[in-house]
Design a protein around this ligand. Structure first.
Ligand code: ZN
Length: 204
């Protein structure tokens, strides 16, 4: 009888473990797909087709994906729980080292000071970062999202963000335009001016 009970308990445990894993597996997969769909839509409107299609593809790599599943909660990024649990996020280290739309990618050693410093981001990645921030704000804020939300998020984090001065000016220019003129006009402006290489001509 004891053996039967033990087997029953084991099966029950395996079933719950499997169920929990599957929920987290598909929950995380859905989050990635939804985010990529939104960024793709924004990037296409800016004329960045290749980047729209390939945005965040490394999130499907084993180190990013399975750490995402392991620490999945559904209401915030799994990297937060991963950091709280082991002190750092393996998924984020892998992600930021490969994705050029993150300003964290653009750091290198200054030959004079021998210290790591921010490098200016090429314009096409500033635009992709802009699209990424809009998508992230939309998913996070849901019906509370407005054209001002990505700007507010940037300004809130500004003090702790180590951006190259040119990158800071450029992303602020786009975020302010979004706030003042809305998505349609901003995406249109980006598409035509990026093509003509005049996107940031008004900046000094
Ligand atoms: Zn990313």
């Amino acid at each position: 009888m004891n053996i039967v009970k033990n087997i029953k308990n084991l099966l029950n445990f395996l079933y719950l473990f499997y169920n929990n894993f599957m929920n987290k597996f598909f929950g995380h997969l859905h989050t990635i797909n939804k985010h990529r769909r939104l960024v793709r839509k924004h990037c296409f409107k800016c004329g960045l087709y290749f980047q729209g299609l390939t945005h965040d593809l490394s999130k499907y790599s084993p180190v990013e994906f399975f750490n995402g599943v392991k620490y999945y909660q559904g209401f915030r990024s799994p990297t937060m729980l991963e950091r709280e649990t082991i002190g750092y996020s393996k998924a984020w280290l892998h992600h930021k080292g490969r994705n050029k739309h993150h300003f964290e990618y653009w750091r290198d050693i200054d030959l004079v000071t021998k210290k790591y410093v921010p490098i200016a981001m090429p314009d096409k990645y500033v635009i992709e970062m802009f699209c990424d921030r809009i998508a992230a704000s939309k998913v996070y804020l849901k019906d509370k999202y407005t054209n001002r939300s990505p700007l507010d998020y940037f300004l809130n984090k500004d003090k702790e963000t180590e951006l190259h001065i040119d990158t800071r000016k450029k992303i602020l220019f786009l975020l302010n335009m979004l706030n003042e003129k809305g998505e349609k006009e901003t995406f249109k402006y980006i598409k035509s001016h990026y093509k003509n290489k005049t996107l940031f001509n008004d900046l000094n």
